[in-house]
Ligand binder design. Sequence first.
Ligand SMILES: C[S@@+](CC[C@H](N)C(=O)[O-])C[C@H]1O[C@@H](n2cnc3c(N)ncnc32)[C@H](O)[C@@H]1O
Length: 243
Amino acid sequence: MAEAVKVPVDGVAVTAIGVAVIRARESEREDRLYDDPLAKEFVAAARAGFDEERWTRLEGIADQFYEGRTIGVRLVDDRFREAIAAGCRQIVLLGAGLDTRAFRMDLPEHIHIFEIDLPELFDFKEPVLAASGATPTCRRSVVIADLREDWRKRLLNSGFQPSLPTYWVDEGSLGYLNQAWNQRVVQTLTELSAPGSRFGAGRLVVDENAPQYGALRSFVAGDSTPEPAPAQRPADFDVEHWL
Ligand SMILES: C[S@@+](CC[C@H](N)C(=O)[O-])C[C@H]1O[C@@H](n2cnc3c(N)ncnc32)[C@H](O)[C@@H]1O
């Protein structure tokens, strides 16, 4: 199965594999903060697409982000449950990556999760899920879209209902967009939000000049490309203040 799957080995979609490495590791701990059994399926399938050197680098980068990222996953799990208890019926994951909350959180059938991400991400994710035989406990819709383009139409065509309260989650995708795109994404989701909707961002304050972000940017850009500059944001940028 692994040979048949197209693994994203560079580009932003590769960052989702790094997060799956983190969730797989956390799931093996006795005192784990959450359990994501599908994460190790993604990691095994992805491993086959990487050469030794690049995989070692990916694991090294995942190590550097491990603590903050894994605590963030648990916090978002908790916010999920709170949002559902407060009446949110739809959940939209912006840059869903290899998220498996539709499968692992025992969410009820009336909850509808929409996963937005790039085509190359789902080209990898969907075959791995199918091979694992996993079935979501709630409704799950894959929305293949670029957040820099018109994702609104694709979301609506997937059954999203603007009249229902929605929980919007950004767990690491907006950091890859520039401020103008971020502004447009948040404007669009605000327009699509019925009263009672919520928005949660996984990262509040990030120093994009820190070494681990440089390593991540180089990795995402692929080995032949020089490390790109950090996104153009003010040095004191923080999401909470911006919102
Ligand atoms: C760091 S990963 C996080 C994935 C997931 N939220 C998680 O926590 O596991 C960032 C994700 O954002 C997606 N992404 C980045 N830019 C995007 C864009 N312009 N449109 C859609 N998805 C994007 C990537 O493909 C990747 O899956």
